[in-house]
Design a protein around this ligand. Structure first.
Ligand code: NAD
Length: 290
């Protein structure tokens, strides 16, 4: 039987509606949740991500402070801007759209963000809290994946989860989340140094592809009845498409859908959840702390 499709768009819509209600309550109390969004340069994919995030914020009744900087902006200038935003009580969250221009050290910039405003969850303090199982902002894409998994009628405790990709923003935090005691999956983290990727993937009850390689996971690599989550968003050339490209995931959808029990589509799977989790973090950042 072909896999059931996990509708990330619909789950994200419901979460965003709930966030909208909570944001309206905050506004009545005189708190206007606000995310500062910093974009340096004009990378087309970054421009479209930033646009989507700001649109979603507005739809949920939250504000964004849109800060566009030239590609040539200096690291010092960016750091002092972050320092200003850290001290601005009207700004609840700070998002620096990655990648930054090559002359700027990303780790330095991320570390400059006040952890209380680190709604992307990339600050070393947030990463450490995640690993230790302590409260802190969870990174949006891994949190979105986990939220989708928790909605399925499939036990996560004891399941073998295979994560393909070890980036700091997706694979590594996701692997850490899944093996936390409250989730209790058994996790294998695969990367470019992994031998026998196909064999390891075939052992997964839950297979998560986050490698940035279009079509990397084929049906032959998937066990019958597995849950397959495709984080990949890759632009592949397509002269027939209006923009000259189309989006393709890391999973070869057609062959995998024949074997999996559940599968996320691209687009419409993990992507919308990432934005919903960002809005959730901004809301949490704006809510009064006691
Ligand atoms: P990245 O390039 O930083 O990391 C990719 C990881 O995959 C690396 O750790 C590498 O070791 C591993 N990898 C690459 N090729 C591999 C192979 N052949 N076999 C095994 N491992 C391999 O990428 P990223 O930032 O983690 O993003 C991964 C994908 O997810 C990209 O397509 C990106 O566009 C997408 N993404 C989607 C969202 C979303 O919201 N849907 C968010 C972030 C990233």
């Amino acid at each position: 039987m072909p896999a059931a499709i996990i509708d990330g768009k619909e789950t994200a819509r419901k979460i965003r509606a709930g966030i909208g209600v909570r944001a309206a309550t905050l506004r009545k109390e005189g708190i206007f949740p606000c995310l500062a969004v910093i974009l340096a340069g004009e990378d087309p994919a970054s421009l479209s991500y930033v646009g989507a995030k700001e649109k979603a914020l507005a739809e949920a009744g939250m504000e964004s402070r849109d800060i566009r900087l030239p590609q040539s902006v200096g690291e010092g200038e960016l750091l002092s801007l972050i320092d200003q935003l850290n001290r601005d009580p009207a700004v609840h969250g700070i998002l620096v759209q990655l990648p930054l221009p090559r002359h700027i050290r990303e780790d330095k910039v991320i570390a400059a963000i006040d952890p209380a405003k680190d709604v992307d969850g990339f600050h070393p303090f947030s990463v450490g809290s995640l690993v230790l199982g302590q409260p802190g902002f969870l990174p949006c894409t891994p949190h979105g994946v986990l939220t989708l998994l928790r909605e399925l009628p499939v036990p996560l405790a004891g399941a073998h989860a295979v994560v393909v990709g070890r980036s700091n923003i997706v694979g590594r935090p996701l692997a850490n989340l899944l093996c936390r005691r409250d989730i209790n999956a058994t996790v294998t983290l695969c990367h470019t140094g992994t031998r026998n990727l196909e064999d390891i993937c075939r052992e997964a009850d839950i297979l998560i592809a986050a490698a940035g390689k279009p079509g990397l996971v084929s049906g032959a690599m998937v066990r019958e009845g597995a849950v397959v989550i495709d984080v990949g968003v890759n632009r592949v050339e397509d002269p027939a498409a209006k923009k000259g490209y189309r989006l393709r995931g890391d999973v070869d959808f057609d062959s995998v859908a024949e074997k999996a029990a559940y599968i996320t589509p691209v687009p419409g799977g993990v992507g919308p959840m990432t934005i919903a989790m960002l809005l959730q973090n901004v809301l949490i950042a704006a809510e009064p702390k006691n």
